[in-house]
Design a protein around this ligand. Sequence first.
Ligand code: ZN
Length: 277
Amino acid sequence: MNSLSLFAFLCVISAHSITISANFAAYPPIPGVNAKEGCPLRGGGGDALTPLRREVYDNGKIFDISHRYAPELPVWESSEGLGQDFLWLTTSIKNGSRANNSEFKLGAHTGTHVDAPGHFYDNYYDAGFDVDSLDLKLLNGLALLVDTPRDKNITAEVMKSLNIPKGVRRVLFRTSNTDRRLMFKKEFDTSYVGFKEDGAKWLIQNTDIKLVGIDYLSAAAYDHSVQSHLAFLESREIILVEGLKLDDVPAGVYSLSCLPLRLVHSEASPIRCILIT
Ligand SMILES: [Zn+2]
C-alpha cells in the first residue's frame, strides 16, 4: 500500500467509526455550515477542508451535552430564535484586514447555561452571588442522568417515583423536552416540562441533590417559573444548569464537567458541559 492509499484507507476507517459513534443523522445541519463529517486526518485545501463536528468523542467516552450557539437556537419567549445577527465580523480578511475578528451579543441565559442565586433574589444579586461565585466542585463530579416519566412536569410525585438515592449530588433530568427536540426548534415552546414548585421543594427536602440539570431553557415549568426558581435558589446551595443536550446519551452515572464563564455581576452564563464515562 503506497502512502496515498494508506492515507485514504485511514480516512475511510476513521470516518466510519465517527459516523457510528457520533450518530450525526440525529442532528440537523448547522445553517450556513457543511456539517457532514470530514476526515480528521485531512488538513489540506480544496474539498477536503471540512471541519469535524462531533457530539461524541473518544469512541463514546465523552458526550458533549452543550448546544451549539447557532441562529436556530431557541430564545426565551421569542419566536425568532437567536437569529443571524448575534455574531458578526468586525474586521475581516476578505475586507482587507490581516485577521478575522468577531463580536457577539447574547442574553446570559441563552442556550446551555447556568443560573446563579442572583437570578431571582435581588438581595443576592446586590451581594454578588453571580456566576463567578458558583462552586466548581459542584459543577464537576459524579452525576446521574435519569429519564423522567414522559409528558409530565416534575412534581413531588414524580420526584418520589424516581427513587434517586441519598448521597447523589448531581442529577440531569431528561424529559419529553428531549424527545420533542425542543432545543432544536427556534420557536420558544411554553408546553415544555420542568419542575413544579412542589417538585422543587420535594427535591430540596428529601434528597442531597445540589446540581439540577434540565433539557430546556428553564428548570421550572412555565407556569411555575417564579415559584420553582425561588425554591431552588433560596439556599444558594443549588446550581441550575439549563438547556442541556441530552439526546442519544444512555441514562446512568457519569463524570460531569461544567465550566461557566467568569462573568462578574452576571446572574447567568453560557456553560460548556460534557459527560465522561
Ligand atoms: Zn436561566
